[in-house]
Design a protein around this ligand. Structure first.
Ligand code: A2P
Length: 285
């Protein structure tokens, strides 16, 4: 598969296609401004990103939508050039809530459609406006649902997902890797005792060889094996850095060495919900 900055869409079996790199837009709302979100989406589109990964729960879809529409109004891109992924939050998984929730997202984005709409997490919580529902004792309010769920896949050199990737490739299923850089180290979501991926000595030595950073090497590793990556950054330099992955390639041996770094380290364990009846990480994928 030949991938370039100008042409990096990969085909899907329904005739559509998906850009192999997208901008992740999740940032902790308590530490990250909405302005930096809108500015980052605009920098990303100017840089050449055509895939924006958003969600209702990120609480910045309004700004993401404004930024996309601004770039369309400027004539920089057309709507059909942009691939937007939205996500259904866990308090809206009852079938009758899906359509109204999507419509709410479209209204917030002020867009006519999203390109992909996925279930944020296959664990249902009590339906309603409370996004993290708990009872008066602070206990999580889980919700029982017959859930035939899809699930995005954390994927990076410490969690290479060989078995799942092979299965998906055999069945023409494209994987989108979240946390492709090993994610932020926010203890609310992330197991911070895990080893930081971007400090890995081998990844840094490969980076040195190509005059690239460890982040660029890990992103290249995934796109070179056909996995879509959605690194989040609200830093203009890093947004550009993460896109400069089409002008080098890893050798077969380097790909193998990186695969061998796998330690089954899942950074986003969601440990606080491990007693949810549908907690997905007890099972091997
Ligand atoms: P920032 O927004 O300040 O750039 P992931 O997408 O794997 O969840 O990782 C996102 C985290 O990695 C964010 O904290 C982001 O911070 C940081 N990040 C994004 N790009 C890079 C990069 N090229 N090098 C180092 N850290 C990065």
């Amino acid at each position: 598969m030949y991938l370039s900055a100008a042409n990096h869409r990969i085909p899907l079996s329904d005739g559509n296609s998906i850009p192999i790199i997208g901008l992740g837009t999740y940032a902790d709302p308590s530490t990250s401004s909405k302005e930096s979100c809108a500015a980052s989406v605009k920098v990303a589109i100017d840089t050449g990103y055509r895939h924006i990964d958003g969600a209702y729960i990120y609480r910045n879809e309004h700004e993401v939508g404004d930024a996309i529409r601004e770039k369309i109004a400027e004539g920089k891109v057309r709507r059909e050039d942009i691939f937007y992924c939205g996500k259904l939050w866990v308090t809206n998984l009852d079938p009758e809530r899906v359509r109204p929730t999507l419509e709410k997202t479209l209204k917030t984005l002020k867009l006519d459609y999203v390109d992909l709409y996925i279930i944020e997490m296959p664990m249902a919580f009590k339906a309603g406006d409370e996004i993290y529902p708990r009872d008066e004792d602070g206990k999580w309010l889980y919700h029982k649902l017959d859930l035939c769920a899809t699930w995005e896949v954390e994927c990076h050199p410490y969690f290479t997902q060989q078995k799942l990737l092979k299965f998906c490739q055999q069945h023409d299923i494209v994987i989108i890797a979240y946390s492709p850089l090993g994610t932020c180290r926010n203890p609310r979501w992330v197991n911070v005792s895990s080893p930081p991926l971007l400090k890995d000595a081998y990844l840094n030595s490969v980076g040195k060889k190509y005059n690239k950073t460890a982040a660029q090497v890990v992103l290249r590793f995934n796109i070179q094996r056909g996995v879509v990556v959605i690194p989040k950054s609200f830093n203009p330099e890093r947004i550009k850095e993460n896109f400069q992955i089409f002008d080098f390639s890893l050798t077969e041996e380097e790909m193998k060495e990186i695969e061998a770094l796998n330690r089954n380290v899942r950074f986003v364990e969601l440990f606080m919900w491990r007693d949810h009846p549908e907690y997905p990480f007890h099972d091997e994928y």
